[in-house]
Design a protein around this ligand. Structure first.
Ligand SMILES: C[S@@+](CC[C@H](N)C(=O)[O-])C[C@H]1O[C@@H](n2cnc3c(N)ncnc32)[C@H](O)[C@@H]1O
Length: 297
């Protein structure tokens, strides 16, 4: 198996990348097993057999930053002192944070063309809307929703909108909270008109305008644990996170979400995720090229 290059300079056991040479920090079978059990227990993320390269490429840099010369040394420290902050760093490093603005576009069209118009009618007396992005990564997803609302539903701006963005990763939550994005980030999925209208440029960094940051409450929530008290939600985005869990954990998460989603609320999952054969309390609604889920009545 060929491990991908990562960020350690050395002149032995090398891979070439941009004319620099990087040392591979190999992981032994027992250290791999220790790390995957830890990650499963703490985050529910499943690392299957064959994912040793992932541990080598992501934990190698953590080991180096923490002053270890091998992954084995890092694991030995974790075994001796499992409570220290090193555990969180290892778990953070093994989360996959891939995201982009208006990712997959169709769910956002469904939100704009079907879900929000419907909620605008059904909630017109209370004028209150609860939205939760339950694995918000670096923030592109919640800010896409915030911009979509601002752009298309000016009436909603007078409503009370409780908007929560959460993730297990403190590092991602910090990025989310900061509302700062690189040129590469804003090149992915964000219409140019939105960039001009909703962002400010400071050097190479694009910052989303303050009003959108203020619109969202950021919270650390581990979906594999009992959920904290949250208001009942009209809209939940739970996208591209269940794919990392095993079937039992998917069942557990979807069961917990049953009591958080309002009886007439909407749940959005990622394109490769479904409730089918996992939790039959949900019904899939196909809307044009996309789908979302509601609770069976
Ligand atoms: C691939 S990103 C998805 C981001 C966004 N929802 C999207 O679809 O673009 C997956 C996110 O799930 C988070 N995650 C993984 N395990 C988690 C857990 N047990 N609880 C909460 N978040 C978790 C990761 O930190 C990561 O930011």
């Amino acid at each position: 198996m060929v491990s991908p290059p990562y960020l350690m300079q050395s002149n032995c056991q090398t891979l070439s990348s941009r004319k620099r040479y990087y040392k591979i920090m190999p992981v032994s079978k027992s250290d791999f097993d220790y790390i995957r059990e830890l990650v499963l227990e703490r985050s529910a993320i499943v690392l299957e057999d064959g994912k040793e390269y992932l541990v080598e490429s992501r934990i190698g840099p953590v080991a180096k930053t923490e002053g270890f010369t091998t992954i084995g040394q890092l694991v030995e420290t974790l075994r001796k002192n499992p409570q220290n902050g090193l555990q969180s760093k290892v778990i953070e490093a093994l989360t996959t944070n891939e995201t982009s603005f208006f990712r997959d576009i169709y769910p956002f069209e469904t939100l704009k063309d079907a879900v929000l118009p419907e909620l605008l009618k059904s909630r017109k007396h209370t004028k209150e809307l609860n939205i939760w992005c339950a694995a918000s990564s670096s923030g592109q997803e919640p800010y896409s929703i915030a911009m979509l609302i601002h752009e298309n539903f000016p009436a909603l701006l007078d409503w009370k909108i409780n908007f929560i963005a959460s993730d297990i990763s403190e590092r991602m939550l910090d990025r989310c909270r900061s509302g700062k994005f690189s040129q590469l980030d804003v090149n992915r999925g964000l219409p140019a008109s939105f960039l001009v209208k909703y962002f400010e440029k400071n050097g190479p960094i694009w910052s989303i305008k303050e009003q959108f940051r203020k619109m969202i409450h950021f919270q650390s929530i581990n979906l594999s644990r009992e959920l904290p008290h949250l208001p009942k939600m009209d809209i939940i985005f739970l996208r591209n996170v269940l794919i990392y869990f095993d079937v039992e954990m998917k069942k557990k998460v979807l069961k917990q979400f049953r009591s958080i989603l309002k009886p007439d609320g909407y749940l959005f999952l990622g394109g490769a995720e479904t409730t089918l054969n996992i939790d039959e309390s949900y019904v899939r609604m196909g809307i044009r090229y996309s789908s979302c889920y509601r609770l069976k009545r």
